[in-house]
Ligand binder design. Structure first.
Ligand code: EPU
Length: 351
């Protein structure tokens, strides 16, 4: 393992730009290198933390003990399969560039997921989704290494147990290393127009390319497209998931909003049914109405001026400050609405 580095700073490898170094670090460009690294870590009794694009990761100030693996494997393969095309992407492929390429190839199924930072291998973990689409709809196979046994396995969608921002991988984070993902895409398929905000802004001729451009424009407006010139994008995207609550709990939160004078009528609280029994509320809305306006600052950290769900690092801060602000938000939302927000990005070496 002569390509191993020690004390590698991780902050520059994350979009938040916070946190300490990795004890050991390896940038793996081949999947065989990844497997060799896993064997090394096992023999050396070192914990392994997988880092992809660093866009959904929070690094503790003390850094990360053990081996941090940068999955940087690249490559795409296409195979016609009946009416569809199977696209096999290596885990280290850049997600945004991958979606752009699929749209160029007139392959439908991922167009609403444009402009999302990160890498392909991370998308099944939290079932990345936006604007009415999620990767669970098109993922057909995930090839992984089972870190318990060191064996390669091929998982079908049923094995992955995908749900909103969730999968079996996320519930058992330490066990799997994603090597490649197969998507089944539809040549010449129609773009998905399912999200009210996207439908409202839809281009006159909704093609895959024009819908993709609309999505990127909407994301840009919310500072959700990485841009060095936009300080709001020094974030990990949504810092909390949207809470999905049993209907009665959601109703209590909505009543609390009316009682607190946050809204006049319950109908004014944004919400979406999830099946029959549950309701999704908008975390960004709850945060703002709990008194944390967009742009709220706490020293070197704060809320994006465009979207209350994104915590932003303004430079010179610490992860401790960021997490303290997140805790303050969780407590504020709980006090006002009785809802406990859950963190969305991963705290490396801890989760
Ligand atoms: N809202 C506010 N204030 C805010 C932000 C949002 O009141 O500061 C309200 C909006 O008015 C709207 C509702 O909250 O009624 C939902 O807002 P939005 O459409 O912006 O979407 P979101 O639920 O906040 C989710 C995803 C995003 C994804 C968008 C679009 C989660 C945790 N986040 O955000 O994903 O891009 O929908 O599909 O599900 C990410 O995961 O990092 C991410 C950016």
């Amino acid at each position: 393992m002569d390509d191993l580095r020690h004390g590698e700073p991780l902050a520059p490898r994350t979009t938040l730009g916070l946190g300490g170094p990795a004890e050991h670090f390896l940038e793996a460009r081949e999947s065989t290198q990844l497997e060799a690294a896993l064997r090394w870590a096992k023999e050396a009794a070192q914990a392994v933390t997988v880092l992809g694009g660093g866009s959904n990761a929070v690094v503790p100030d003390a850094g990360v003990l053990g081996l941090v693996l940068d999955v940087a494997t690249r490559g795409l393969a296409f195979a016609k399969e009946g009416e569809r095309v199977r696209v096999t992407a290596q885990a280290g492929e850049d997600w945004g560039a991958f979606v752009d390429r699929m749209v160029e190839e007139e392959l439908a199924g991922l167009e609403c997921l444009a402009g999302i930072p990160g890498r392909v291998g991370a998308t099944p973990i939290q079932n990345v989704g936006a604007y009415g689409q999620e990767v669970a709809e098109t993922i057909d196979r995930v090839r992984v290494v089972d870190r318990r046994t060191g064996e390669r396995r091929e998982l079908a969608p049923e094995d992955c147990a995908f749900a909103y921002r969730d999968s079996m991988f996320k519930r058992d984070l330490g066990r799997w290393l994603v090597l490649e993902v197969d998507f089944l895409l539809t040549p010449g398929g129609a773009p998905a127009l399912r999200y009210a905000e996207l439908e409202k802004n839809a281009p006159p001729v909704p093609t895959l390319a024009s819908v993709k451009e609309t999505v990127v424009a909407l994301r840009r407006r919310k500072s959700m497209v990485l841009d060095p010139a936009d300080p709001n994008t020094r974030s990990a995207g949504s810092f909390f998931t949207n809470p999905i609550l049993p209907n009665d709990e959601a109703a209590r939160a909505i009543e609390a909003a009316v009682r607190a004078g946050v809204v006049e009528a319950p109908e004014a609280v944004p919400r979406w049914p999830v099946g029959e029994a549950r309701t999704k509320l908008a975390a960004g809305w709850l945060i703002e109405r709990a008194g944390f306006a967009k742009g709220t600052r706490r020293g070197a950290v704060g809320l994006s001026t465009k979207h209350a769900l994104a915590l932003v690092h303004h430079g010179g801060g610490t992860t401790a400050e960021l997490l303290a602000f997140a805790e303050e938000i969780v407590a504020g939302v709980r006090a006002r609405f009785g809802v406990t927000l859950e963190r969305e990005p991963r705290l490396l070496g801890v989760d």
